[in-house]
Write a protein that binds this ligand. Sequence first.
Ligand code: SAH
Length: 221
Amino acid sequence: SMDIQLSGIGMTSARTRDRLVQRLRDAGIQDERILDTIRNTPRHLFIEEALAHQAYDDTALPIGHGQTISQPWVVARMTELLMAGDRRRKILEIGTGCGYQTAVLAPYCDELYSVERIRPLQDQARKRLLRLGLAKVQLKHADGGFGWKSEAPFDGILAACARADIPRELLDQLADGGRLVMPVGDDRKQILTVVDRDGDEFHRQSLDAVRFVPFQRGVMR
Ligand code: SAH
């Protein structure tokens, strides 16, 4: 039944999920609410059935079109960084992919906007998010390098793809007091970067070494 699929059995069971949560806690994730969200989000439903037995391993996995579902630690870390401090009401995500990070972010904001450049990935993500009751998420097929101007400003912006430079448009679309979290670097070496906006000033912190797929230009049908 639907319930069994959502809660999982065997390799997708509560015990398997608890093991992942403990691993994330050991790896420095401190926010218990976010750990709960990770435990309760059925990651196995965001990947192909053939890979479901790896759904609660702390690794990135292929989702087709040369893209990956982010590693759970990275999803937890970026969520923790984005949500630290002030409450963030309106959030923009760049790189919906399979929709897993989107589902983890959803409980922490009132409005969630997510942009993906590969159409078939977005179509699948839309179905999954609806199934999980996350109809409030607004999805757009576009190049996220331009942000989502008509909905700006955002209290938080999270990009799940890496680029050597932070797009100017994304910084412009950050609200005063807002925060951007994004991997910055080339395809070999990237650093998880946080930018806080204070009026016309942007304060930048370079944190963990990470590995993401590239932030690409244009869209794909
Ligand atoms: N958070 C996603 C990560 C997917 S990988 C998940 O958990 O599944 C990063 C995604 O960013 C890919 O789907 C890729 O197509 C997308 N992407 C890369 N460049 C982009 C751009 N310029 N605009 C929008 N999406 C982009």
